[in-house]
Write a protein that binds this ligand. Structure first.
Ligand SMILES: Cc1cc2nc3c(=O)[nH]c(=O)nc-3n(C[C@H](O)[C@H](O)[C@H](O)COP(=O)(O)OP(=O)(O)OC[C@H]3O[C@@H](n4cnc5c(N)ncnc54)[C@H](O)[C@@H]3O)c2cc1C
Length: 488
């Protein structure tokens, strides 16, 4: 017979929990003693088998591990409410997991992991909005909308990410003048840290709405989101122009010309090492169009440092463009076991005034150690400052028209644990962050960095007291999303 003392790692696959032993601080599958706190009836399942817990005990970064005590596969939003209430009562920490594509334990906990993939329904779609479960992937939202000639206005490069996951961080797209994904959310359904269910928007419970958008899951679990839709154009034409790493002045100049003219739907830089040795900048500029209105290459690429004819052109459907990096990730997964490489990514928002100097200094210092097997190693996404409207998406102060997300997507040379490599790259990230902070840079918190409370306080700046207040209001016992280490 399984007793209340046989718990966690000793439970067999698929064992279902009946209660929590507050003395042992452990889940139990048997009747136990009188002290056993029975878990509420659930529509879904609560799992403690080792395989499930191990899978949810790591993320794509493969650097941080934290074995959860249990995993909830919710059958309903009510399940999340019940388990959050239960965990609050027993001081068990709770994290929500989208696709687990964070790189430094942001969504991990040794308490309860809520896998929200089961909340992936497309609830409704109208002429200008779509309501989806937070576990839906952006790719799924894109397909549903496209069938009606519509689209969410913005996507991340890779669209196998969950809606709840990117709304918790920001969701920075290739487009430059429309803000980020969280700027296009109309309403959220959220379970807060006291188990209550809320619907919030700019006009209703704004305090909660704001702190959930880019708020790193500190105040609640997003269960449903209503997102903007806009008419989709059928086709995309992407122009790619290559420059050597020594040609930074030229590439920045060309990028600025395109940004100033505003004729493209999006322009950004991809940094790669196609030959494994030399870094190349690739300026990508995309224009969406319909078949009856094709773009003029000569006109769009006029007055750049290169002849228009030297740009490589990729024509595709709009949806193919949205999904353009999915095959790349799939190729890496096959070629170099990409999922199991360590990914000490560095991600920072830079002020426009000093972004060029910062990137130009940092890029030439990177070596093969900083790249890893995949050939793509970084991005630079310009974003119009005045379109970034959400207060907890932290951007550098200043007056520059644009701020820039700069990513270095480092991978380890081989799969498997490599503590020395992880330590070396975390130290690099610490150094690069300090250099960025000195010019006003802020962390885009998807990457790998050890952040102290003082670092978080600096990150939130004048917003810090407001974050502390909202945290106390919505997660009074501080059980939600311990991974980033903001509240200890
Ligand atoms: C290949 C690749 C490409 C990427 N490209 C881009 C890009 O172009 N632009 C960009 O901005 N980012 C990009 N990212 C980063 C990505 O946006 C974040 O890592 C995002 O958080 C991943 O989504 P996820 O579903 O895996 O979230 P997870 O990693 O599962 O979760 C992220 C955080 O949000 C919390 N969370 C998750 N779901 C919820 C919820 N429903 N309610 C409350 N909190 C929740 C988690 O606890 C965790 O702290 C990329 C990542 C990868 C792997």
């Amino acid at each position: 017979m399984v007793t209340r003392r046989r718990f966690l790692g000793t439970l067999g696959a698929g064992a279902l929990i009946v209660g929590f032993d507050p003395v042992e601080r452990a889940w139990a599958t048997g009747p136990g003693s009188g002290g056993l706190q029975r878990i509420p009836h659930l529509d879904g399942v609560l799992l403690t088998d080792l395989a499930t817990r191990q899978a949810d005990g790591r993320d794509l970064g493969r650097i941080v591990k934290r074995l959860p005590r249990a995993v909830l596969r919710p059958g309903s939003v009510r399940d999340i409410q019940k388990m959050v209430e239960f965990c609050r009562e027993h001081r068990i920490q709770v994290s929500t997991r989208g696709q687990g594509h964070s790189t430094h334990g942001q969504g991990l906990t040794d308490g309860l992991v809520i896998e929200n993939r089961s909340l992936s329904a497309i609830h409704s779609i109208g002429a200008d909005s779509i309501t989806v479960g937070s576990g839906a992937l952006w790719r799924e939202a894109a397909h549903t909308a496209e069938a009606r000639g519509l689209t969410p206005p913005l996507f991340t490069t890779y669209v196998g990410l969950s809606v709840g996951g990117t709304l918790s961080v920001g969701g920075v797209p290739a487009q430059n003048n429309l803000g980020v994904q969280i700027d296009h959310v109309r309403e959220l359904e959220v379970v807060t840290g006291d188990g209550r269910l809320h619907r919030c928007s700019l006009n209703h419970e704004r305090d909660l709405f704001e702190v959930m958008l880019g708020g790193l899951g500190q105040c609640g679990v997003i269960t449903r989101a209503t997102l903007d839709l806009v008419p989709a154009r059928a086709l995309a034409r992407n122009y790619m122009i290559r420059y050597q790493v020594t040609e930074t002045a030229r590439v920045w100049n060309d990028l600025h010309i395109l940004l100033d003219r505003g004729e493209f739907d999006g322009a950004y830089l991809l940094m790669s090492v196609p030959d494994g040795r030399n870094i190349t900048y690739q300026l990508n500029a995309v224009v969406f169009h319909n078949a009856d209105n094709p773009p003029s290459d000569q006109h769009l690429l006029r007055d750049l440092s290169v002849f228009p004819a030297s740009a490589e052109i990729e024509n595709s459907t709009y949806l193919e463009w949205v999904k353009r990096y999915d095959p790349v990730i799939e190729l890496w997964q096959r070629q170099c076991v990409w999922d199991d490489l360590l990914k000490p990514w560095f991600d920072v928002m830079l002020p426009g005034e000093s972004a060029q100097a910062y990137v130009s200094e940092v890029m030439p210092t990177l070596t093969a150690r900083d790249y890893g097997p995949p050939t793509g190693i970084g991005f630079l996404f310009p974003q119009r400052r005045d379109k970034l409207t959400r207060p907890f998406f932290r951007i550098p102060p200043g007056n520059s028209k644009y701020v820039y997300l700069f990513d270095i997507l480092t991978s380890s040379p081989a799969p498997g644990p490599d503590p020395a490599f992880a330590a070396e790259m975390l130290e690099r990230n610490r150094r690069l962050h300090a250099k960025a902070r000195a010019i006003g840079g802020t962390r885009y918190p998807i990457g790998s960095q050890d952040f102290t409370r003082a670092d978080w306080r600096a990150q939130y700046g004048e917003r810090w007291p407001d974050l502390v207040r909202r945290k106390a209001k919505y997660d009074p016992d501080n059980i939600l999303t311990p991974g980033p280490g903001i509240f200890g």
